[in-house]
Design a protein around this ligand. Structure first.
Ligand SMILES: [Zn+2]
Length: 130
């Protein structure tokens, strides 16, 4: 059997979770915007270490600030945990089976939940067909 869709999604979620865990260790959530020094504003972690800095002459848009605050490592880890739960419900029935345990009558490559996960993770359509 080819490197399956399920394994590709798992590998991508594992990679992203490792990055988010490393970011959380380096700059703990929540991330908030504030004055970091007399010369800089910054997105800062809970420990007030700077994650992203902005010189006072450059004011980031409120959308950029809101986006960074919404997508801190804790947010990413919550999303990846939820996606792993979906992935666990839609695993191969047995071993290397091509059929989904969540749908029984569908191949993994036809499982709408796996297709949705793949899409959200940026796994290209051509890899779904292989
Ligand atoms: Zn399924």
């Amino acid at each position: 059997m080819k490197e399956g869709l399920h394994k590709r999604i798992r590998a991508e979620l594992d990679r992203r979770t490792a990055v988010a865990n490393a970011a959380e260790a380096d700059a703990p959530s929540p991330w908030r915007y504030g004055i970091a020094s007399p010369r800089y504003d910054a997105i800062m972690g809970r420990d007030k270490r700077w994650v992203l800095t902005f010189a006072h002459h450059y004011e980031p848009s409120t959308f950029v600030v809101a986006f960074a605050e919404l997508h801190d490592p804790a947010d990413a880890l919550r999303r990846y945990a939820g996606e792993l739960e979906v992935l666990e419900r839609h695993h191969p029935i047995i071993g290397d089976s091509e059929y989904c345990a969540g749908h029984l009558d569908l191949r993994l490559t036809d499982c709408p939940e796996l297709k949705s996960l793949a899409s959200r993770l940026g796994i290209e359509k051509r890899t779904l067909d292989s």
